[in-house]
Design a protein around this ligand. Structure first.
Ligand SMILES: [Fe+2]
Length: 463
C-alpha cells in the first residue's frame, strides 16, 4: 500500500513539475524572451551619433566613432591643435555595416594618436564629402593633482524623453570633467530609435568629453542565450584588454592614479562566462598598482530595489573586491538610489570594505526594499553624480535631476593605504522614500502598511 502511495506521489510530481515550468514560462515569456520588432529606420547620410572615447593612453589618444548610411564607404576625420591651427591632420576610416531587423547603418572609427598633454583640439568627421561641424576636446595633464568625472546610472529614456536636461545639468556642474561614466541600460531597447534618443539627449557633451561605459541588460537581445547589440561595440571604442569572450566591454581604463574596471554582469549567463570574468578580474587586480580601484558593473552586489538580490554576483566578486581592496563599486539596474558605505571587508577585518553605490537617471521608477545595508536611499527621483579624485581622497556627490544635493561622502586614504569614509549628506527625508505610483496602484492596504512599517524601521535604524 505504502509503495503504491509513493509511486503515486512520484507520478504527481512528474506531472506537476512540467506544468509549473510551463506556467512560469508563460508568465515570464515577455520578460525573458520577447524582443519587440525593431521599427524600420533610415540612417542619415551625414555623420551622426558622433562619440568620443579612448582605448589607449588617455593623455595622448582619443577614439571617435560615428554612424551613417550604407552608401558611404569612406569616413574621414580632421583634427587640429588650437595652439597651431594650421597644422591639420587627416585620418581615414573604412566603414563597417551593421544590419538589424529594422535596417542597416555604417559605423566608422578613428583612433587619434600622439596628442599633447594639456592641449585643446578641434575635430570634425565626414561620411564621404559630408562633413560634420567642428567639435572641441581637451587632453588633461597626467601630472595634475586631481581630476573630476560625471557618473550617470541607467538612462532608459522613452522617445523624446527627459534625460537631456539631467545630462546637461551634470555637464554644466562639471564642464571640465575628464570623462562621463555610464553604467549600462543607456537605452530602453536595442533599437535604432533608442540609440538615437540617447545620442540626441547627450548632444554636444558626447562629442566633447569622452565616455566610458559598461553594458546593461537593456543593450542585450533577450533569449535563452542573450546577445549584446552589435551597435554597442560599434559605438564604444574601448580598450581591448579584457577576457577573450568579452573584449571591448569587460576591460579596464587607467586614468591618472585610478584603475576603472568594467564587468559585464549581464554577460554572466553560464558558469564558464562567470569564471572567465572572475579569473580575468583576479589577474587584473593582482597587477593593479594604481592608488584607487573603481569597479563598474550594471547589476548590483547589494540590491536597492524591492525583491531583488544578485547573490551570485556577491559570491563571485565580493571576495576579490575585499582581497584586493577595491575602493568603490558603481552600479545601476535597480532604478532607485542606494549607497552603502559601511560594508565590512571580509578578508581584512581591520579594513573597511568598498563603498557601493547604485543609482539611475531613468523615468522608470522602482521601489526600494529598505535594505539595512544602505545608508542612503531614494525612490521616485533621477540622479546624477559628480566625483573628484585626488591622491588622498575620492569625493562623491549625488544630485537629483533638479540639482538638489542629496548625498555625499569622501573616501580618504593615508600613505599606508588605510581608508576611512566620512559622510556629508543631508538627513534622508521621507520625501525620497515614498512608494512609486505603480506600487501604490497595485498594492493592498496591508501591503502599504507593511511598506510604511519597513520605511519607519529603516529610518529609525539610521538615527
Ligand atoms: Fe538593467
Amino acid at each position: 500500500m505504502q509503495l503504491q502511495m509513493k509511486r503515486r506521489y512520484k507520478q504527481l510530481i512528474w506531472l506537476i513539475f512540467p506544468i509549473l515550468i510551463i506556467f512560469i514560462m508563460w508568465i515570464k515569456w515577455d520578460n525573458w524572451f520577447y524582443n519587440p520588432p525593431e521599427p524600420f529606420y533610415t540612417p542619415s547620410s551625414s555623420p551622426d551619433r558622433i562619440l568620443l572615447t579612448w582605448s589607449g593612453d588617455p593623455f595622448d589618444s582619443r577614439d571617435v566613432t560615428w554612424q551613417g548610411d550604407t552608401l558611404t564607404k569612406l569616413g574621414s576625420l580632421q583634427i587640429t591643435g588650437k595652439s597651431d591651427p594650421k597644422d591639420t591632420l587627416l585620418y581615414t576610416s573604412t566603414s563597417r555595416i551593421i544590419k538589424t531587423s529594422g535596417g542597416a547603418s555604417s559605423f566608422f572609427r578613428v583612433g587619434i594618436k600622439n596628442l599633447k598633454h594639456g592641449e585643446s583640439y578641434q575635430y570634425r568627421v565626414a561620411n564621404g564629402a559630408n562633413w560634420s561641424e567642428w567639435y572641441d576636446f581637451k587632453i588633461g595633464n597626467s601630472t595634475d593633482s586631481s581630476y573630476s568625472f560625471i557618473f550617470i546610472g541607467d538612462v532608459q529614456d522613452s522617445i523624446n524623453g527627459v534625460s537631456g536636461e539631467l545630462f546637461h545639468r551634470a555637464y554644466a556642474s562639471q564642464p571640465n570633467a575628464a570623462f562621463i561614466m555610464f553604467i549600462g541600460d543607456m537605452i530602453e531597447r536595442p533599437h535604432d530609435e533608442y540609440w538615437g534618443e540617447w545620442f540626441r539627449e547627450g548632444g554636444k557633451m558626447f562629442r566633447t568629453i569622452p565616455v566610458i561605459a559598461t553594458p546593461g541588460n537593456h543593450e542585450y537581445y533577450k533569449g535563452l542565450i542573450q546577445k549584446l547589440d552589435e551597435r554597442w561595440m560599434a559605438h564604444f571604442s574601448f580598450p581591448q584588454n579584457g577576457p577573450k569572450n568579452f573584449l571591448g566591454r569587460v576591460c579596464y581604463w587607467d586614468y591618472q592614479n585610478t584603475r576603472y574596471i568594467s564587468l559585464d554582469s549581464n554577460g554572466i549567463q553560464s558558469i564558464p562566462s562567470a569564471l572567465e570574468q572572475r579569473s580575468w578580474l583576479k589577474s587584473v587586480l593582482e597587477n593593479t598598482h594604481q592608488r584607487w580601484i573603481v569597479v563598474m558593473m550594471h547589476h548590483p552586489i547589494y540590491s536597492t530595489s524591492r525583491g531583488r538580490d544578485y547573490f551570485y554576483l556577491r559570491a563571485l566578486f565580493k571576495p576579490l573586491f575585499d582581497q584586493y581592496n577595491v575602493d568603490l563599486v558603481l552600479e545601476g539596474h535597480d532604478h532607485a538610489y542606494g549607497r552603502a558605505a559601511h560594508i565590512p571587508n571580509s578578508k581584512f577585518k581591520d579594513k573597511q570594505g568598498a563603498v557601493y553605490v547604485g543609482t539611475h537617471a531613468s523615468p522608470k521608477l522602482y521601489d526600494t526594499g529598505f535594505s539595512n545595508k544602505m545608508d542612503k536611499l531614494a525612490t521616485n527621483t533621477q540622479m546624477y553624480q559628480l566625483l573628484d579624485v585626488s591622491g588622498d581622497s575620492i569625493r562623491f556627490r549625488a544630485y537629483t535631476a533638479n540639482g538638489t544635493y542629496f548625498d555625499g561622502f569622501t573616501i580618504h586614504k593615508d600613505a599606508s593605504g588605510n581608508r576611512n569614509v566620512t559622510e556629508n549628506a543631508p538627513p534622508n527625508s521621507d520625501n525620497y522614500l515614498m512608494p512609486t505610483k505603480s506600487f501604490l496602484n497595485k498594492s493592498s492596504k496591508k501591503e502599504l502598511e507593511k511598506y510604511d512599517n519597513q520605511m519607519k524601521a529603516w529610518e529609525n535604524s539610521k538615527k
